[in-house]
Design a protein. Structure first.
Lengths: 844, 114
């Protein structure tokens, strides 16, 4: 009986053990997290902190001062490069460690380790894309150059010094970033490979999405002529990144000739039912949508432009940049100034990588937009033995040992990927490698978010610039220190992938724009479709010398601009294709010309540039109103005649127009493309609506009668009215204002709603200059005037701290939504006393 | 008097112990205190309950008030879909109390075994 008294003890032990155990990522250890001493509340930061610190760090060579303003923008002042990057690593980790950790796990296909089997398909996809393989190549390239090796090592040591410091309190739990506590895992040591992975993660985001498989299917279905007409390489009226008429040097490489014979892969027509819809839109307005992407608008885009001093109020060039990327919290960027001998640079840094990615120094400024030339191509691989595949789920198949190439049998290389899965045994996945690259699709794995899903059971390998060992970090290192145009040019040579349109302005009055990246001397249409992998003639040829990349310095038009549009006019000597979009380029050109065309007394000001970055005018609407749509429908004219065409946050007309356009677009194309894989671009659709009142595409093939444009417009108006009604009842906000319908939000990386901000009252769409979609938009807005001492404004959606328990987690959001900026405090290197409220002193 | 003293003792010692160890040392402190304090089970439970609840309440408020309830509101949203910071704090304190109370009760029972 006495032993019964042990029962309470056993019960308590069991109870406490349960509370101390995280059963899954969504079921945290409640005892651990609710304990206010070491748990969640230990991450609650004061609203008005005394943000002064003195820290001793083993590994520093000299004392470092960090001056911070009241928004925690850090100005680092070090006496040597080592300490500079060490401190940057320490600061990034201090504010963003969990984010850095998760993003690099995502880049390595290791998400299952922390969130369990639901990420398995994602991880398998990443491994098949050869992400880690590519990162290892880049790591080797970065560690080969002593400058970037030193930079990486110092940065890594700084991050690890911070990780080490987390262990100093209690049992090592208290100081952990909040999300580690909630999700129940621990940080691991930082490595140089992680920085390489992060760079590849960006390369994937910016150069990973292709049309090759979709186009292969579409061309076989439509025939070459119809395909070329609907999916032209060049949109009529495009205004390329490098202004028309710019003289290109004659090419140093002989033109590549299209091989004769069978070079293309064809997927059998009987397989067409396998076609898979993808790219569902995030917005509730289009949640019911069954089109591949109702507005056919690439999510990732950007704007940059630079205006010559001849056209500005100050007489100095102004450079503007707003890269549109995934909108998440913690934000992608961390704003800071890096000062040491031979470097004084300010801008947006990428937590996880050393240096300033977008910004300016005392003499020059630069900004990026994605270039979108196609640098990722696919090959259908012919295995020597016929593939033995048994139907079922999951598909069981026998991996072949060899493939055919040039009439010979070449053995596959097998990479065995071990994926650790939380709460389950490891999963082993074999990825086959060919001389073209990794086999991304095989019968056992066909999922991807980056292209259409190939039908059937083919083996499809991928050659991708991002697989190469490249050293973009060296470009960043040199850019941060460049003092003039030649040094800028030398710096960007190392920026190979992802290819970027890099705008430039300097204090001497120069402006320039480069379509920069490493490209291949391709024969016409090489890599536009899936190619046969059994012949050497389809392999990539020589690299185009970087100096022959399209570029322009001080063009007569007085400005340069890029917004993901076509890169050059047709006089550029090398053939290329890409996933370009024209709308924002047309708008920016128009607005800048408009301002510059006026009297000289009304020259450009920084304020005008701010308004331009936040402009929500829809060129799509303007063109539609000029097209046969308006001409054929008095109902359309009645509905939209008084509208200013702005997709403003509170506009309900904007909602009506966007819904109408969505329906019209779909009603035109869905019967012609029942496979729902890809529709012609909105630009191309508008060309038809502007030029052809009787196009055969207007007819709905699924009905016996023949529809005219008038019928289709009428139908689209009716349908959009219906969806408007449905939306009013269904939407969370019960509002039909544009912001509520499209729902631009900043969502926490772990998709935790309580740490996210939804329904931000901001206008725009990806075809307006202020390109705010549901989950993509201007991730950083910067305006710099290259005066004797640069003047700059900046803002980004988020805040410097990654901690949801900090007031600095979200304090920039309101300004970003309103379109206002903070004034950059770019401090002189010789300034010896801190004009800002906080000082951190790090000493060895 | 001894009851109040035990509560305070548990709160203070558990607070110090938690600075150096994991959260469950609070349970250990409550259990051991009532093992040595020779209390009746019911009283021990209450002493443990109030001891740890008091500690967790004080620490929670000390963290939450300067934070302007920013995090407790988010946590209340996350756990209970209610933007009510007080709810999160109450659950915190209640959990601390239950852990403390049960441990103290177990300690008192163990004492009777000895």
């Amino acid at each position: 009986m006495r032993l019964m008294r042990l029962v309470p003890l056993l019960l308590v032990v069991l109870f406490v053990w349960t509370l101390n155990h995280s059963f899954s990522v969504s079921l945290p250890a409640f005892g651990k997290i609710l304990d206010p001493v070491n748990g969640i509340l230990a991450s609650a930061e004061p609203l008005h902190p005394d943000f002064k610190k003195e820290v001793r760090l083993i590994g520093l060579q000299q004392p470092v001062h960090i001056w911070m303003d009241s928004a925690l923008i850090a100005h680092v002042r070090a006496t040597n490069d080592h300490d500079l990057y060490y401190t940057q690593g320490f600061l990034h980790a201090n504010f963003r460690l969990w984010q850095m950790d998760l993003q690099t796990r995502a880049a390595a296909g290791r998400v299952s380790e922390v969130i369990g089997a639901k990420a398995l398909d994602y991880d398998r996809g990443i491994r098949r894309e050869g992400m880690v393989w590519g990162a290892q190549h880049s790591l080797a390239a970065m560690e080969k150059d002593p400058r970037t090796k030193a930079m990486l090592d110092a940065y890594r040591d700084g991050v690890n010094a911070y990780i080490q410091s987390l262990k100093s309190a209690g049992d090592g739990f208290r100081l952990l970033p909040l999300e580690y506590k909630l999700m129940g895992f621990y940080p691991e040591a930082w490595t140089n490979l992680k920085t390489a992975l992060l760079m590849k993660y960006m390369a994937r985001d910016l150069s990973g999405k292709t049309d090759d498989i979709a186009f292969t299917l579409l061309r076989d279905k439509l025939g070459v002529q119809a395909f070329d007409a609907l999916f032209p390489e060049r949109i009529k009226g495009n205004q390329p990144v490098i202004p028309e008429g710019t003289k290109f040097e004659s090419p140093s490489l002989p033109p590549a000739r299209m091989p004769t014979g069978a070079i293309w892969a064809h997927f059998g027509k009987e397989e067409i039912s396998f076609w898979h819809m993808k790219g569902k839109n995030q917005s509730p307005a289009f949640a019911e949508s069954d089109a591949p992407d109702p507005l056919h608008e690439v999510a990732v885009g950007s704007n940059n432009w630079a205006v010559s001093g001849a056209h500005t109020q100050s007489g100095r060039p102004i450079l503007c940049n707003d890269p549109h990327l995934g909108l998440n919290l913690p934000s992608l960027w961390f704003e800071m100034q890096l000062t040491a001998p031979n470097i004084n640079c300010y801008g947006a840094s990428l937590p996880g990588a050393p240096g300033i990615v977008i910004g300016f120094n005392e003499k020059i400024s630069w900004g990026f937009t994605n270039n979108y030339r196609d640098v990722k191509d696919f090959y259908e691989i012919t295995s020597v033995q016929p593939l033995s595949v048994s139907a079922g789920n999951p598909v069981v198949w026998q991996r072949p040992a060899a493939y055919r190439f040039q009439g010979k049998e070449v053995p596959f290389e097998q990479h065995i990927e071990v994926i650790r899965v939380r709460g389950r045994a490891d999963v082993k996945d074999t990825v086959l490698y060919t001389l073209q690259g990794p086999v991304c699709f095989d019968p056992g794995f066909r999922k991807t978010s980056l292209d259409a899903e190939p039908p059937g059971h083919s083996l499809i390998a991928c050659t991708w610039m991002a697989h190469r060992g490249t050293n973009e970090l060296l470009a960043v290192y040199l850019l941060n220190r460049a003092q003039d145009y030649p040094q800028f040019q030398a710096a960007i040579t190392h920026f190979e992938c992802p290819a970027q349109n890099i705008a430039y302005a300097d204090g001497s009055g120069n402006i320039a724009l480069w379509g920069q990246g490493q490209f291949i001397n391709k024969w016409k249409e090489q890599g536009k479709f899936v190619m046969r992998g059994d012949d050497s003639s389809t392999l990539w040829g020589a690299d185009i010398p970087v100096s022959e990349n399209p570029h322009v310095l001080n063009p007569p038009q007085g400005y340069v601009i890029s917004a993901n549009q076509q890169v050059t006019d047709s006089s550029y000597p090398y053939w290329y294709n890409g996933d370009f979009s024209e709308w924002r380029s047309w708008l920016i050109h128009e607005k800048l010309k408009d301002i510059l065309g006026q009297e000289t007394s009304r020259k450009l000001s920084m304020e005008q540039m701010m308004r331009l970055q936040n402009d929500t005018y829809s060129k799509l609407f303007e063109e539609t109103a000029h097209s046969f749509v308006a001409k054929s429908s008095s109902a359309f004219r009645d509905q939209f005649s008084g509208w200013n065409g702005r997709l403003e946050a509170n506009s309900t007309v904007a909602t009506r127009f966007q819904l109408f356009w969505d329906r019209l677009y779909r009603d035109i194309w869905q019967d012609d493309f029942p496979e729902k894989i890809r529709y012609p671009s909105t630009e191309q659709t508008l060309q038809i609506l502007l030029s052809d009142s009787t196009s055969a595409y207007y007819d709905d093939l699924s009905t016996p009668q023949k529809e005219s444009l008038q019928d289709i417009v009428k139908r689209a108006l009716r349908e959009s009215k219906d969806s408007l009604k449905k939306l009013g009842q269904a939407s969370e906000t019960k509002s039909l204002e544009w912001y509520a319908v499209k729902n631009t939000g900043l969502r926490h990386l772990a998709k935790i709603p309580a740490f996210s901000y939804e329904y931000l009252p901001i206008g725009g769409w990806s075809n307006t200059i202020n390109a705010c979609r549901g989950n993509h938009g201007p991730s950083w807005r910067m305006i710099v005037e290259m005066d004797d001492w640069p003047k700059a404004y900046s803002i980004y959606p988020g805040g410097q701290s990654g901690n949801p328990g900090s007031p600095f987690y979200s304090d920039f959001i309101e300004q970003w939504v309103k379109g206002t900026y903070h004034t950059v405090q770019f401090l002189r290197a010789d300034k010896m006393d801190n004009p800002l409220p906080y000082t951190w002193t790090l000493s060895p | 008097m001894r009851f109040l003293f035990t509560i305070l003792l548990i709160a203070i010692v558990a607070g110090i112990a938690e600075c150096f160890g994991p959260w469950w040392v609070a349970a250990l402190v409550a259990g051991l205190s009532c093992y040595f304090a020779r209390m009746h089970s019911g009283k021990a439970f209450l002493a443990g309950f109030f001891g740890i609840a008091l500690l967790w309440l004080i620490v929670a408020l000390w963290r939450d008030i300067p934070n302007g309830h920013l995090l407790s509101q988010k946590m209340a949203m996350l756990l209970f879909k209610q933007p009510t910071p007080a709810l999160f704090l109450m659950v915190t304190v209640l959990l601390g109390g239950i852990v403390g109370g049960l441990s103290a009760w177990a300690g008192a029972q163990l004492r009777k075994l000895a």
